[in-house]
Design a protein around this ligand. Structure first.
Ligand code: NAP
Length: 233
């Protein structure tokens, strides 16, 4: 593959928030973008907003809690001749319950989205990256799941993001050196999840995501980053 080849990025939960802004930034950087959303109509509407001269954005239905949905999305892309070079595991949920008020369904759903979703997409898309000799994986984590900070978050969110960090290290070690797998804390960002009082704009929140998604071959692998700087797990 030449350095000039156009790369294709798939972003989960691309229809709003940091995922949508990441799609916008990646399309602006010249990548082909697959904007994945669990609701097909919302995905199509979001992709339509981003299309323009030189901005190639395709919508795909993808519910990361469903192995079938992940498999069908991968099959549709393969049938269309689209190879995924960059995977941004952005989709996430933020339950706010403390540990002793957390019910099993809420915890289980958070695990399914925040951890198992990335497990499913990594298994679906990362092996082919290794075979082709190029790949970038960015997992949207959070400082609220940092074990060095005693996981300072609502229970399910912190546990699932700490587990996503563990998955990041394991996928990084399991992948070819040409595939760079990193986690990012975008900061506290003004989205539906972060709320209107959050200090960080969505553009700034997505900046480190875009940076990790477009790392040069000399870039880091198996790290955790905020504001383009390495932070402690
Ligand atoms: P958001 O505005 O709440 O958007 C969440 C996105 O995830 C939506 O597109 C949502 O789709 C999607 N999603 C949820 N469940 C899904 C599923 N089963 N399958 C596919 N997509 C699903 O969140 P955000 O603030 O942009 O956050 C994006 C990521 O950054 C998350 O992983 C979050 O934990 C992380 N993060 C955010 C902040 C912050 O301050 N905002 C801080 C640290 C980390 P629907 O529209 O269909 O619901």
């Amino acid at each position: 593959m030449s350095q000039q080849q156009t790369r294709t990025a798939l972003v989960t939960g691309g229809n709003r928030g940091i995922g949508f802004e990441t799609c916008r930034q990646l399309a602006g950087a010249g990548l082909d973008v697959v904007l994945a959303a669990r609701d097909a109509a919302r995905g199509r509407a979001a992709a339509q907003k981003l299309r323009g001269p030189g901005h190639r954005v395709r919508a795909e239905e993808l519910d990361i809690t469903s192995a079938k949905s992940v498999q069908e999305c991968a099959e549709r892309l393969a049938e269309a001749g689209i190879q995924i070079d960059v995977l941004v595991n952005n989709a996430g949920v933020y339950p706010t319950d403390g540990f002793f008020s957390l019910d099993e369904d809420t915890f289980s759903h958070a695990l399914d989205v925040n951890l198992m979703g990335a497990f499913r997409t990594c298994q679906a898309f990362v092996p082919a990256m290794g075979r082709r000799g190029y790949g970038r994986v960015v997992n949207l984590s959070s400082g609220l799941g940092a074990v060095t900070d005693n996981i300072p978050s609502p229970a399910a969110y912190g546990i699932t993001k700490a587990a996503l960090n563990a998955l990041t290290l394991v996928v990084s070690a399991a992948s070819a050196p040409s595939v760079k797998v990193n986690a990012v804390c975008p900061g506290w960002v003004r989205t539906d999840m972060g709320g209107s009082g959050a200090p960080t704009s969505v553009e700034k929140g997505a900046d480190t995501v875009t940076w990790l998604a477009t790392l040069p071959d000399s870039g880091p692998d198996g790290g955790f980053f905020r504001n383009r700087r390495r932070i402690a797990w």
